[in-house]
Ligand binder design. Sequence first.
Ligand SMILES: [Zn+2]
Length: 242
Amino acid sequence: MTEHAARAFVLDRRPHREQDLRVTLLTEHGARVDAVALNAQRSKRRFMGALTPLALYRVRYTTTARATRLDEALVEQVWPGLARGLRSQTAALAATGIVRAVAEPAPHDGALFLLLGELYTAAAASDDRDALAARLVRFAFEVLDHTGHAVALDRCVRCDTPAPDGARVTVDPHLGGVVCRGCGGGAYAMSAADRADLRAVRAGDYARGRAEMLRWTARIIEGVSVDAAGSIAGVVDHFDPR
Ligand SMILES: [Zn+2]
């Protein structure tokens, strides 16, 4: 039996048996922890905030050979802007879903934890759909970078040949980016303008963000995780209905 203490985000929570909750946490050390919180549907004292996502908790949990038990969760930080703005909340929940889909059980590094906190802060500060989309697009690419699924938009993933800036290219989500014609091409054609905008946002130029960019991001990410792509697709429908 080992006891742990860490700051953590709740990535998911669902009822378990009559009074318990099952939660998925992301700790500050980069581990995805699946734990059972006994009597959590009733005890608001041990589990402040009822373990809802979009807050930062300080948790204590115990691991045994068979299971992980959440002993306590205290709210350390909330983002009121996420409760006020529906778009902000949608973006933050999608980011949470992306992390849930790709985070690894074993401690990795603290990057995902830091990225998610930054995303919550940025999302809470704006209700503009293009600004939120820009944040979410960059977040998604950074999460992929940190989990070993970096997407190549500047060169062919197979032969490493640079793609000229003004060129229309094709992308294969399962191969992780641009695939040149000589290497067989990819399923989706991406215009030079779309690619330039995506690369700019990815590099931190948020002013280039547009809600429709989320469609491309969902498509590219589908090759890595269908669940993560689904999280983004939910935002697309909300921000950019067609
Ligand atoms: Zn190639």
